[in-house]
Ligand binder design. Sequence first.
Ligand code: NAI
Length: 335
Amino acid sequence: MPHVVLIPGDGIGPEITQSIQQIFKTAQADIQWVECAAGEGAVATHGSPLPDGTIEAIERHRVALKGPLTTPIGAGFRSINVALRQHFDLFANIRPARTLPGIDTPFRHVGMVLFRENTQGLYIGRETWVQEGIEAESVAVVSRKASERIIKAAFEYAVQHGRKKVSLIHKANILKFTTGLFLEVGKEIAMEYPAIQFEDLIIDNMAMQMVMRPEQFDVIVTTNMFGDILSDLASGLVGGLGVTGAGNLGENAAIFEAVHGSAPDIAGKGLANPLAFLFSAVMMLEHLEQTKTAERIRAAIYTVLQEHKDECTADIGGQGNTLSFTEAICNVLSP
Ligand code: NAI
């Protein structure tokens, strides 16, 4: 039985984690949870927002499901999410966006998966003042190696999941060296996958196309900042961050996480929607090749969204709470 590190996290984290555990138990998912601490709560219990024991557990078991973590604004510790990405070199951020039944949006045929390069671009944080308060500079880094591994990951995903097309997004007409290199590498790798259709689009055109005709996109791969923006846009097409999951993959570890934050305004009130976290957990099951269980849970989610909308939480138009949603999913899953 695979061991999975479970980090409930802060704010609504423990509530939505409990929901996932209940649903996985009902679905008889073949998983042994190894509960570990991280975030603001871990400072009180372990003296650190990212205890060594948590790092060691992820190193040992290589798969983790992580709830939202509170990052103090201004003073205090740095983002643990960023620290985990860097420590485990989680180079691929994967965000699927799929039209859901019962979620009211004008876009009815969305089924895209976005691969965002997670380690480079403008996010390396290399910024300097040319003249303080007057002019500033920021450095973007794109390497062949990092481009190769994210683009290959996107193509491999397309092959493994029966997807037909990979769209590479860039701004090579202006950023000729950095995103130009990303595009060049993409064209080379595409030659190795003749069965997968390949296209490239400039980011501004992509932003328009995603809103005008989102159904044309299948697998999308792009650099860090474009991916950051487009992945939220993609979530917005299907109902927002409350209904989309995410995974961060590296060579040696995979961490699946809720994309929303710790929602301190509703923490402890039983109102949190576990759906986004549940989708991340379902992605994790697929990563562990427990596809049948993943499909059963996904089908149960669709049934509840379609037939038991009242049991869902208020943020997606229901009249229920965390518990009623969880029980509705478990009722559908129960034999
Ligand atoms: P947030 O995502 O926590 O909340 C924004 C709004 O969405 C709030 O009104 C909240 O009640 C609502 N919301 C979020 N998740 C929800 C859910 N599952 N069900 C129902 N409503 C939900 O963003 P905010 O307020 O900017 O950040 C709060 C804390 O979370 C900060 O410390 C921030 O650093 C952290 N954060 C952590 C992330 C992570 O661990 N991946 C991601 C984003 C923020």
